[in-house]
Write a protein that binds this ligand. Structure first.
Ligand SMILES: Cc1cc2nc3c(=O)[nH]c(=O)nc-3n(C[C@H](O)[C@H](O)[C@H](O)COP(=O)(O)OP(=O)(O)OC[C@H]3O[C@@H](n4cnc5c(N)ncnc54)[C@H](O)[C@@H]3O)c2cc1C
Ligand code: SF4
Ligand code: SF4
Length: 322
């Protein structure tokens, strides 16, 4: 049976940052269930206009480039079972088994699935998109439909900040990616006007000043729509503003979806019998050799994910006695 100091479960930006930081100091294996490394960040787009909007996506590209040299990884296999005792974890995928001294759960989060909420009508029509779809369109350069829209509404907090649905947490990234997408759309299609319906603008940290400037040039409405109705010519948005129900027409609507734990994060929580935070994010037990980082432990952006993973690599070295 192969032995490693560290098993990193999940080959997204968090897992790869830990593996790169430990390279040469500890024996590390990265296990990724998809056929490729890089995780969700790989599907996100650079949002630059004629200037960099500091979205952080190129930091993920750097991590991936660095990790492609020297780290030991297995792709296309996921963690299936685990048992532990006497300071050793015995873990197995569907093809092989390993003995490891510690585990890093970097199993990530996924965009909230609006299909599960019929009130957003997503998937049935052609004028309501998720922020994740718009990211992918921007990345592939396939924005023909947006070229023909002259008005667009962004709806924030989709899948987040709803205690009723047991997701009262803030997803951290969606106000910032939405404003950057607005800026990018307006740069490409200067005739397009964008409105944004929100609860709070969470745009603190890196690039805040720039984001405030973008926000000041968008029509902001501090209220979330309660219904969307689509027909062949556009989308009607129903929203209560200052105590009055109003309806507004747009050519398209973008739903700024937040982050929910991936199925791998949920499974890892069960396998390692970890406590969970609201929404199902993991609470690790580093004292027992079970570490976790990235969006598996809660929503965060790429820069925060990298910072957290670097600090975790130092903790791990101390745990391993290095
Ligand atoms: C729509 C959207 C837009 C965003 N835009 C931005 C942005 O502009 N800027 C920014 O900084 N951040 C943005 N983010 C956040 C960014 O995607 C995350 O910060 C980043 O992906 C976190 O990386 P991670 O490695 O923690 O998780 P992930 O990227 O989710 O990686 C986790 C990896 O673990 C693998 N995995 C899961 N379970 C298992 C298992 N059991 N066995 C093996 N492998 C497993 C998964 O396949 C995946 O590859 C956005 C997020 C969304 C949803
Ligand atoms: S930070 Fe974002 S907008 Fe700036 S160059 Fe990098 S990917 Fe593009
Ligand atoms: S980042 Fe903004 S849109 Fe996302 S959940 Fe928080 S407040 Fe809502």
């Amino acid at each position: 049976m192969e032995r490693f100091d560290v098993l990193v479960v999940g080959g997204g930006i968090a897992g790869l940052t830990v593996a790169s930081a430990l390279e040469g100091t500890a024996s590390v294996l990265v296990l990724e269930e998809k056929e490729f490394l890089g995780g969700l960040a790989r599907e996100l787009s650079c949002k630059a206009t004629n200037r960099c909007l500091r979205c952080g996506v190129c930091r993920a590209v750097e991590v991936l480039r660095k990790a492609s040299f020297g780290i030991h990884s297995i792709t296309g296999e996921s963690l299936e079972s685990v048992s532990w005792g006497k300071g050793v974890f015995h873990v197995a995928t569907n093809h092989r088994a390993f003995a490891v001294r510690s585990v890093v759960l970097a199993t990530g989060a996924v965009p909230f699935r609006v299909e599960e909420f019929p009130r957003y009508l997503w998937g049935r029509k052609r004028r309501i998109f998720t922020g994740f779809e718009l990211e992918k369109k921007l990345k592939s350069g396939n924005l023909e439909d947006f070229a023909s829209f002259s008005s667009c509404a962004f709806v924030q907090c989709v899948g987040s900040r709803s205690s009723k649905e047991r997701r009262g947490y803030c997803s951290q990234v969606c106000c910032r990616y939405a404003l950057r997408l607005v800026e990018n759309l307006r740069f490409r299609f200067p005739e397009t006007s964008c409105d944004l319906y929100y609860m709070d603008l969470q745009i603190f940290g890196d690039g805040e000043k720039d984001l405030r400037t973008i926000a000041s040039s968008v029509s902001l409405f501090r209220s979330l729509p309660f219904a969307l109705e689509e027909d062949a010519l556009g989308v009607t948005v129903w929203v209560e503003i200052e105590g009055k129900v109003v309806k507004r027409r747009y050519d398209a609507v973008v739903l700024s979806v937040g982050l929910v734990p991936s199925s791998g994060t949920r499974r890892a929580g069960e396998l390692f019998r970890l406590p969970q935070k609201e929404g199902g994010f993991l609470v690790p037990r580093p004292e027992d050799g079970i570490f976790a980082c990235g969006t598996a432990t809660g929503p965060k952006d790429i820069v925060s994910t990298i910072g957290e993973a670097e600090r975790l690599a130092e903790d791990l070295l101390r745990f391993l006695g290095g």
